[in-house]
Write a protein that binds this ligand. Structure first.
Ligand SMILES: NC(=O)c1ccc[n+]([C@@H]2O[C@H](COP(=O)([O-])OP(=O)(O)OC[C@H]3O[C@@H](n4cnc5c(N)ncnc54)[C@H](OP(=O)(O)O)[C@@H]3O)[C@@H](O)[C@H]2O)c1
Length: 331
C-alpha cells in the first residue's frame, strides 16, 4: 500500500511517499480502509522528535486520528464487520502505525462506529480532541449543571469541543480567545461569555464572571502561563484539569486554596497497549452527543490531501488554522 512516512525527525519536508506492506489484522483487531485523518499538535511534535516516549519506529506512519471503513477483521472480533464506518485514535505512536496510509490496523475495542450525522472527513476531526475534552471534563472534573467552568482556548482543537461538552452538561461556560473572531466562534459553540485574556487580568475576569468567587472548574488545554493563571482563576476547593504539565509551576496557590489538579494523557492506552475499551466506550458517547446535535467539529476552511501533509503540519505549527485541519486520503 501507499503511505506517507518519515525516516527521520525534522521539518515537515521529512515526509515521503512509500510503498509499504499492507498490514494484516491480528486477533482482536480490524483493518480500516482509511478515508481521512486530521492534524493534532501531537503529530507535529512527534515528527519534530519532541516526544521521545511516543516516537514510532522508522519508517514511521504518523497520524493519530482516523475515520474510514472496516475492510477486514481479525479472529475474535464480533463488534465490527467489513463495510462498517468507524472512527478513533488507534495509532500514530510507538508500536502502532498511524493513519497516513491506505490502510491502518486498530484494536477493535479502541474504535467506535462513526457518528451517523457526519461525513468520514468530518468524523476524522474529532477523536483526539474529543476524547481529550471528554476525559478532562467528564472523567476527571465531573462537570455538572451547577458548575461555572472557564475554558482556555475556546476555539482551539481541544477547547472548541470543551465548550460544547460543558454547554451540553448544562453548566455555565466562560471561554477565552485571543481575537474577536475566536471569541465569536466560542460564543456560537455555546459559551455564555468570553474573555480576551490578552487585555483582561485574571482578577478582572474572575471578578466580572464569578463576583470574585472563582470558577468551579478551569479547563486548560494549553499549559505554561495558562496553568499558573488557572490556579488563580479557580475557587477554593476547585478543580483544574490540564493537558500540559511539562512546564515548571509554583504550586503554593494550589496548597493555599486546597485545589485539585488533573493531568490527562489521552494517548496512554495506545502507548501502553492497555485500557482500549475506555476509548471505544467514550467514542460511542461522543458519537451520541454529535448525533443528538450537541457537538460538531469546527473545521478549518481549507482541505488537504495526505499528499499535502507537509503543508497541513506547517499551518498548524504556525497557528495558521481556525478549526481542525482535516486530511483526506488521496493516496
Ligand atoms: N495530554 C493530552 O492528552 C493532550 C491531548 C490533546 C492535546 N494536547 C495538547 O494540548 C494543546 C492544545 O491542543 P489543540 O489541539 O487544542 O491545539 P490547537 O488547535 O492548536 O489550539 C491551541 C489553542 O491554544 C491557544 N494558544 C495559547 N497560546 C498559544 C500559543 N503560544 N501557540 C498556539 N496556541 C496558543 C490558542 O487560542 P488563543 O489564541 O485564543 O489563545 C489556540 O486556539 C497542545 O499542546 C497539544 O499537544 C494534549
Amino acid at each position: 500500500m501507499q503511505a506517507r512516512v518519515i525516516e527521520e525527525f525534522g521539518e515537515p519536508a521529512v515526509f515521503e511517499t512509500r510503498e509499504i506492506e499492507t498490514p494484516e489484522p491480528g486477533p482482536g483487531e480490524v483493518r480500516i480502509a482509511v478515508a481521512a485523518s486530521s492534524v493534532n499538535p501531537v503529530d507535529y511534535k512527534i515528527r519534530r522528535g519532541d516526544l521521545p516516549p511516543f516516537a514510532p519506529e522508522f519508517p514511521a506512519v504518523l497520524g493519530c486520528d482516523v475515520a474510514g471503513t472496516v475492510d477486514a477483521v481479525g479472529d475474535g472480533v464480533t463488534a465490527f464487520e467489513p463495510g462498517d464506518e468507524v472512527y478513533g485514535m488507534p495509532g500514530g505512536v510507538t508500536g502502532s502505525p498511524g493513519a497516513l496510509a491506505e490502510y491502518m490496523v486498530a484494536d477493535a475495542e479502541a474504535i467506535a462506529p462513526a457518528p451517523e450525522s457526519l461525513s468520514l472527513t468530518e468524523a476524522a476531526a474529532l477523536p483526539v480532541v474529543a476524547l481529550t475534552a471528554w476525559e478532562m471534563l467528564i472523567d476527571r472534573a465531573s462537570v455538572d449543571s451547577e458548575d461555572d467552568v472557564l475554558v482556555y482556548g475556546g476555539s482551539g482543537g481541544v477547547g472548541h469541543v470543551g465548550v460544547q461538552i460543558v454547554s451540553a452538561a448544562g453548566a455555565r461556560v466562560v471561554a477565552t480567545g485571543s481575537t474577536e473572531e475566536k471569541r465569536e466562534i466560542a460564543k456560537e459553540l455555546g459559551a455564555d461569555a468570553t474573555v480576551d485574556y490578552t487585555e483582561t487580568s485574571v482578577e478582572e475576569y474572575v471578578e466580572s464572571h464569578t463576583d470574585g468567587a472563582g470558577f468551579d472548574v478551569v479547563f486548560d488545554p494549553i499549559g505554561d502561563d495558562h496553568l499558573q493563571t488557572a490556579f488563580e482563576a479557580v475557587r477554593p476547593y476547585g478543580r483544574v484539569v490540564t493537558t500540559e504539565s511539562s512546564s515548571t509551576q509554583e504550586l503554593e496557590a494550589m496548597h493555599l486554596n486546597a485545589l485539585s489538579l488533573d493531568v490527562v494523557l489521552v494517548i496512554l492506552p495506545i502507548l501502553r497497549d492497555a485500557w482500549h475499551a475506555r476509548l471505544g466506550e467514550e467514542l460511542r458517547e461522543i458519537a451520541d452527543l454529535v448525533d443528538d446535535g450537541d457537538l460538531a467539529p469546527l473545521l478549518d476552511e481549507r482541505r488537504h490531501g495526505f499528499s499535502e501533509v507537509e503543508e497541513a503540519h506547517r499551518r498548524l505549527e504556525e497557528g495558521d488554522a481556525l478549526g481542525k485541519i482535516v486530511l483526506e486520503n488521496d493516496l
